[in-house]
Ligand binder design. Structure first.
Ligand code: RP5
Length: 176
């Protein structure tokens, strides 16, 4: 595998076989992408984190995409900036759901990243969140895992309902 990231120890969760991968085109994307890791950690979901560049390590990207399912991953969160081909290429390589995070760079305010990720051809879906919206990517991954009809799915749905209640309280608190 390619370069290994070192997730922030404060949010790192040790799980033997993570079901979510957070990958990005460069370690310079981590300040944006770490919000996905933090959101997953809030739901007790471990994630592997790695740099897999579509343009600078294409063979690694193909290997990652082809092996993700058999390695036990169930959701891939992929972030990239500029000509952001990583999420779409991974969606072409794996049957797993791919959530794309447009990473804003200094030019074009992330519009280039957004359009590169969101304008996928029919048949190759990428669930694209907002520019810099890595937190929502993590929460969406939690919802996808929470759709399962097993004990973990029930746990995640209950946790999500609790979280939604907290959001409601926060909306009221802003006017207090
Ligand atoms: C993209 O190029 C990466 O996803 C990153 O957002 C951008 C810049 O990468 P660096 O030059 O900072 O490595 O592929």
């Amino acid at each position: 595998m390619s370069t290994r990231m070192s997730p922030d120890p404060a949010v790192s969760t040790a799980e033997p076989a993570p079901r979510v991968a957070i990958v990005m085109g460069s370690d310079s994307d981590w300040p944006t992408m770490r919000a996905a890791h933090e959101a997953l950690a809030e739901f007790g979901i471990g994630a592997e984190v790695d740099v897999v560049s579509a343009h600078r390590m294409p063979e690694d990207m193909v290997e990652f995409g082809r092996s993700a399912d058999r390695r036990g991953l169930r959701v891939i969160i992929a972030g990239a900036g500029g000509a952001a081909h990583l999420p779409g290429m991974l969606a072409a390589l794996t049957p797993l759901p791919v959530i794309g995070v447009p990473v804003p760079l200094k030019h074009l305010d992330g519009m280039d990243s957004l359009l590169s990720i969101v304008q996928m051809p029919a048949g190759v879906p990428v669930a694209t969140v907002s520019i810099g919206g890595a937190r929502n990517a993590g929460l969406l991954a939690a919802r996808i895992l929470g759709a399962a009809d097993d004990a973990e799915g029930v746990r995640l749905r209950e946790k999500m309902v609790q979280f939604q209640g907290e959001l409601r309280d926060m909306a009221y608190a802003k006017g207090a």
